[in-house]
Design a protein around this ligand. Structure first.
Ligand code: NDP
Ligand code: OXD
Length: 307
């Protein structure tokens, strides 16, 4: 029995050290040097090459190094074994930092001051109050709930939108019926939804039209949530004041994509949050034990639901 580690983005040696500290006899193999595929029973992965997971006949579980598993579910020949998504305090904390930073940057008009500085203009404006800026978070799961609670602690009136209503000490809207009212009271919209057949393309012209004029959009979920042409049209018409995009339909974003040069858009290269081997290893180790003893995984994905 051996674990295969496969990720171009995560540090394999840090993961090996963190997991061996919890399971000292773990046979940890780094892809592509994994030996006999029949010996691999656990795959710890992020963005494996298409079809790769179908090569391991004795897999018991797939443990995702990321929170979003839309890419895994789209894999051709995905083995029919339990999948767990990543839940980790560092992943949650870094996402909260990013969302706060992006919301505060717009709220305190740093996006405007960046433009004014480039134009060499001293452009005083009376600073706004957080209490006057309503933030709405789409998706109140592990990441959305933490970001929403933190934004509320900074004085913003915060609401969230999810499938089921939540008790988080913020206003909660749920389902298709709750969407219009949620959008109508949202000046800064944060997307932290999983990418599913129900949420793909949800950041579209209709959604932007439902926001108050001059609203701001922060997409930290997946690029396919956003209809890029609709965003550009809404920015150019003034319906939206700006956008922060950490995730894009095509990553890396091609140089010719107009979003790179749009004056109201800030692009970051899918860095909003990441799991840390130090803080995530305990949960991954627990899932290795569970997979090997045939128990349900922690944070097991519901394939039908898509998250
Ligand atoms: P969770 O699975 O914990 O939460 C998902 C939330 O979305 C739940 O509140 C769920 O509602 C809600 N939701 C799902 N479908 C719908 C729908 N159709 N309508 C309304 N609400 C819906 O996910 P996480 O918080 O862990 O992660 C969210 C996403 O963030 C990931 O899927 C990934 O795409 C992205 N991400 C991006 C990163 C980055 O660096 N940019 C890093 C990590 C994650 P309910 O609770 O009612 O079921
Ligand atoms: C994730 C991501 O889903 O980094 O964890 O996008």
């Amino acid at each position: 029995m051996a674990l295969m580690f496969l990720s171009a983005d995560d540090p394999p040696e840090a993961w090996r050290a963190a997991l061996l500290a919890v399971i000292p006899d773990l046979d940890f193999r780094i892809w592509p040097e994994v030996g006999d595929p029949a010996e691999i029973d656990i795959a710890l992965v992020w963005q494996p090459p298409p079809g790769e997971l179908a090569r391991y006949p004795n897999l018991r579980a797939i443990l995702s190094l990321g929170a979003g598993i839309d890419g895994l579910l789209a894999q051709p020949g995905l083995p029919d074994v339990p999948i767990a998504r990543m839940v980790d305090p560092s992943l949650t904390r870094t996402m909260t930092e990013y969302v706060l930073l992006a919301a505060l940057r717009h709220h305190r008009q740093f996006d405007r001051f960046e433009r004014e500085q480039r134009a060499v203009r001293w452009s005083y404006a009376f600073p706004p109050q957080a209490a006057d800026r309503r933030v709405g978070v789409m998706g109140l799961g592990m990441l959305g709930a933490a970001a929403a609670v933190s934004l509320a602690a900074h004085g913003f009136p915060v609401a969230g939108w999810s499938r089921e209503a939540k008790q988080l000490g913020i206003d909660s809207f749920a389902g298709c019926d709750g969407l219009a009212a949620f959008l109508a009271r949202t000046d800064i919209l944060v997307c932290l939804l999983p990418l599913t057949r129900d949420t793909a393309g949800i950041l579209n012209a209709g959604t932007f039209a439902g926001l108050p004029r001059g609203a701001y959009v922060i997409n930290v979920a997946r690029g396919a949530h956003l209809v890029e042409a609709d965003l550009i049209a809404a920015l150019d018409s003034g319906q939206l004041a700006g956008a922060t995009l950490d995730v894009l339909g095509e990553e890396p974003l091609p140089p010719e994509n107009p979003l790179w040069r749009h004056p109201k858009v800030l692009i970051t290269p899918h860095v909003a949050s990441y799991a840390s081997p130090r803080t995530a290893a305990e949960g991954v180790a627990e899932n290795i034990r569970r997979a090997r003893t045939g128990q349900p995984l922690l944070h097991q994905v519901d394939r039908e639901r898509g998250y």
